[in-house]
Ligand binder design. Structure first.
Ligand SMILES: NC(=O)c1ccc[n+]([C@@H]2O[C@H](COP(=O)([O-])OP(=O)(O)OC[C@H]3O[C@@H](n4cnc5c(N)ncnc54)[C@H](OP(=O)(O)O)[C@@H]3O)[C@@H](O)[C@H]2O)c1
Length: 238
């Protein structure tokens, strides 16, 4: 049931992902043009990215403050393409179930308040509840495949949700646009961030393709190498 997951990102040559900083060195439309070649039927982002770019400014405030607990998947309707948020506690406020033409699905944990789920249902927004106190990403993506028919999922950042997907062994491919610029700031997220300090070895990748794009941008596509040897050496979960 698990969709094929491609992490699609833009970064500076030093691996930083602050979109505002990178826009000055990036050719317009390259992220979207390369992304459309990946033929995803859904895209997914972490709460911070959704808050910055897509959700309403003010967060949701629960009246009941009662955690929802385990709940069945709510399918408001099936669609050709989906936008998905990963929001552990149900903080993001949405105006409706459509995000730039994609049907919205909110992935939350059992700690999200029940009145948050009520609000989603009233607005025609689908949801998946997976994990007790944090989102169980493996369970969530299995449910996305099973209930919504998602086959190719584009993981579109930011760095911390990408890191969590990678650490869970869920990333199949990386599609990376390296733009001709250096960021260099310490506190800016990297393409994959927040992985456990205990993980001291790089996750091995295999180059699939390399293309020079407009404005001296490089489009790199890598497969995550899931060799038996990598698993035995503890580089990747089985
Ligand atoms: N260059 C690019 O291609 C690109 C693409 C996208 C974003 N960005 C940039 O990336 C920056 C934001 O990145 P970010 O790394 O700070 O945030 P992020 O990855 O967008 O979101 C992280 C948040 O997602 C939620 N989350 C839910 N389940 C999680 C899990 N299992 N593991 C980790 N997080 C989980 C957590 O918030 P809760 O605990 O509240 O749920 C967490 O704080 C922004 O500056 C944005 O513009 C760049």
């Amino acid at each position: 049931m698990k969709p094929y997951i491609i992490c699609h990102m833009v970064s500076s040559v030093d691996g930083k992902i602050d979109g505002a900083a990178l826009s000055s060195v990036m050719a317009d439309g390259e992220y979207e043009a390369t992304g459309s070649k990946l033929k995803g039927d859904a895209w997914i982002c972490g709460r911070t990215t959704m808050q910055q770019h897509f959700a309403q400014k003010k967060p949701f405030v629960s009246v009941s403050k009662k955690p929802a607990g385990p709940r069945p998947v709510f399918v408001a309707h099936r669609a050709k393409s989906y936008a998905i948020s990963v929001d552990t506690l149900g903080k993001l406020r949405w105006s409706g179930g459509d995000l730039d033409g994609d049907h919205l699905i909110c992935v939350v944990s059992e700690k999200a308040p029940e009145d948050y789920l009520d609000m989603l249902r009233q607005k025609g927004i689908s949801y998946v509840v997976a994990g007790k106190s944090s989102v169980d990403l493996r369970k969530a993506v299995d449910q996305l495949g099973k209930y919504f028919g998602i086959r190719t999922l584009l993981l579109e950042g930011g760095g911390h949700i990408n890191g969590a997907f990678l650490q869970a062994g869920l990333v199949d491919e990386l599609s990376l646009l390296v733009v001709p610029g250096i960021d260099g700031r310490h506190d800016i997220a990297a393409v994959f961030d927040g992985l456990s300090q205990a993980k001291k070895k790089a996750v091995p990748l295999r180059l699939k393709s390399l293309e020079r794009r407009r404005g001296d941008t490089l489009w790199l596509r890598y497969e995550v190498a899931r060799s038996k040897r990598a698993q035995i050496r503890g580089l990747l979960p089985p």
